[in-house]
Design a protein around this ligand. Structure first.
Ligand SMILES: [Zn+2]
Length: 262
């Protein structure tokens, strides 16, 4: 048995039209969601949301550009909202609203993509990394010692219920890990029974269920626009043939209502 609880750990604000074609000018809150998945006495987190370290990491230029273009409010970091011992953390990708709390969980095992980590630790300039939404200062010093690459997990053929996605990885013997390319380098989603955490593959579930077109803005696509839209196409096809699978984008509060949430 397992249980899913969602936490909203900080939010940023953008005018609606920036993320939804035909949207309004009024500012909408985009919460950074974290999922706690409790299974067999173990606690797995899907991402960490924002954290206090975000503000230190963006205090100076060029990283400050991140905080200016994405104004963040954080009332409470996850570690203060939750009194659970976290065994492991699945990092969907390296944007600050997904890894901002990593330093608050010094004992957790970590899973992330090698492609994503190679960018974060690579020789690229601080300015280029900031432009890609990657802040290496958010990574704990012993990150590598606790790390397993997603690409090193057992590779599996996915069940027909997840078509058109065919190949994935198996995490902790029971969860499927699926690549969701385009938004960021090495972005992966996680399937937990009838829930698919799709991270930032879309910002609004209606991009999948109703075909609402996302606006093509560089701040939503840090890697490749063509692939970003191909991934959305696959998620739409998946939804058509498996409508009971619940897809949960990190920033879409409509879907967060489906679960116990804090
Ligand atoms: Zn992102």
């Amino acid at each position: 048995m397992f249980e899913i609880t969602l936490y909203q750990v900080g939010y940023c604000k953008h005018p609606e039209f920036m993320v939804k074609r035909g949207g309004s000018f009024s500012s909408i809150k985009f919460p950074a969601m974290v999922a706690l998945i409790e299974h067999e006495g173990k606690n797995l987190l899907f991402d960490t949301g924002y954290g206090k370290h975000f503000f230190d990491a963006t205090a100076k230029f060029p990283e400050k550009l991140y905080a200016i273009t994405t104004p963040v409010t954080l009332e409470k970091p996850l570690v203060e909202m939750m009194d659970k011992k976290i065994d492991s953390i699945f990092i969907s990708h390296f944007h600050a609203d997904h890894i901002g709390g990593l330093k608050d969980f010094p004992d957790a095992k970590l899973y992330c993509s090698k492609e994503a980590y190679d960018i974060a630790k690579g020789k690229m300039s601080r300015f280029s990394k900031t432009k890609m939404g990657v802040l290496p200062a958010l990574l704990p010093d012993d990150f590598e010692e606790r790390l397993t690459y997603i690409e090193d997990l057992p590779k599996v053929d996915l069940p027909d219920a997840l078509a058109p996605f065919e190949k994935g990885y198996l995490l902790e013997d029971r969860f499927y890990v699926i690549e969701l390319d385009g938004h960021a380098h090495g972005q992966y989603g996680l399937v937990v029974d009838d829930t698919f955490f799709v991270s930032d593959a879309v910002w609004d579930i209606e991009a999948i269920t109703k075909g609402v077109k996302p606006n093509i803005l560089t701040h939503l696509i840090f890697k490749d626009a063509k692939v970003y839209h191909e991934t959305i196409g696959k998620l739409k096809e998946l939804h058509r043939h498996n409508p009971t699978l619940k897809m949960v984008p990190t920033h879409c509060s409509k879907t967060h209502e489906w679960y116990e949430h804090v």
